[in-house]
Design a protein around this ligand. Structure first.
Ligand SMILES: [Zn+2]
Length: 237
């Protein structure tokens, strides 16, 4: 945690670089230069009710709207962005990216009745080690644009599952089974919540969270917004 605090403080006085291309930023660009912003591999899925992310989740969970902001591919450098705010303390940039995403979600009109924006929680041990949950900062940026509240207390992670980056994709579903619980289920009764995570890979963690919420509040409507998508999804839409 101390490392992250020092890192954040140092980043204010040390020259700022673009998180995507590593070029020195000449003005306050919130971590991403103009050239990279213009070339951002946005999916625009949030503007369509039927899109590849919705199609992906539909057979797996009861979901309302689903989207991912941009594509992560081996031939683009946007994975650096995720790394910077996940492991290098650039949490305020996560908030700024959340706001950029939130502006699109707002203008799509499909997310207007969201009551709570809910970041997928980290286990408290992992949060303590990292110093923060990056998805909370994404959620804050999104919620501000949507005029909704952030709820990072109702859902919590009761099991500290191993880091998914070390696991084979086939193992991940077993790792995340029944790892979430709710403190105050009434909070979500008859509400529409937007679950927020940084990257959609197997979808196992998000599905596990949806299932835990629906188990205790079946009338809660759940939508999903991930910042990035790492799956090889066809862009036929
Ligand atoms: Zn750049």
């Amino acid at each position: 945690m101390l490392y992250n605090i020092l890192n954040s403080a140092l980043s204010l006085i040390i020259v700022d670089r673009c998180m995507v291309c590593n070029e020195v930023l000449k003005a306050e660009m919130h971590g991403i230069c103009l050239k990279c912003r213009l070339k951002m591999p946005k999916t625009n899925f949030c503007f369509k009710e039927h899109n590849p992310v919705k199609e992906f989740f539909d057979p797996l969970a009861r979901v309302n709207q689903c989207s991912a902001f941009f594509l992560l591919k081996t031939d683009n450098d946007w994975h650096h962005v995720i790394h910077e705010f996940k492991y290098r303390g650039k949490r305020l940039y996560a908030q700024r990216l959340g706001a950029m995403y939130g502006a699109d979600l707002k203008s799509s009109g499909l997310y207007d009745d969201i009551d709570y924006v809910v970041p997928i929680p980290l286990h408290w041990r992992k949060r303590l080690k990292r110093g923060y949950n990056q998805s909370t900062y994404l959620a804050e940026g999104i919620a501000k644009e949507l005029g909704a509240k952030v709820d990072h207390r109702t859902v919590y992670r009761k099991k500290n599952n191993p880091s998914q980056t070390l696991q084979e994709a086939t193992d991940r579903w077993e790792n995340v089974d029944n790892i979430f619980a709710l403190r105050n289920a009434k909070q979500f009764a008859n509400k529409h919540i937007l679950l927020v995570d940084d990257v959609l890979t197997t979808g196992a963690t998000i599905c596990s969270c949806i299932s835990s919420i629906h188990r205790v509040t079946p009338n809660c409507r759940i939508s999903v917004a991930t910042l990035a998508i790492a799956r090889d999804i066809s862009l036929k839409y």
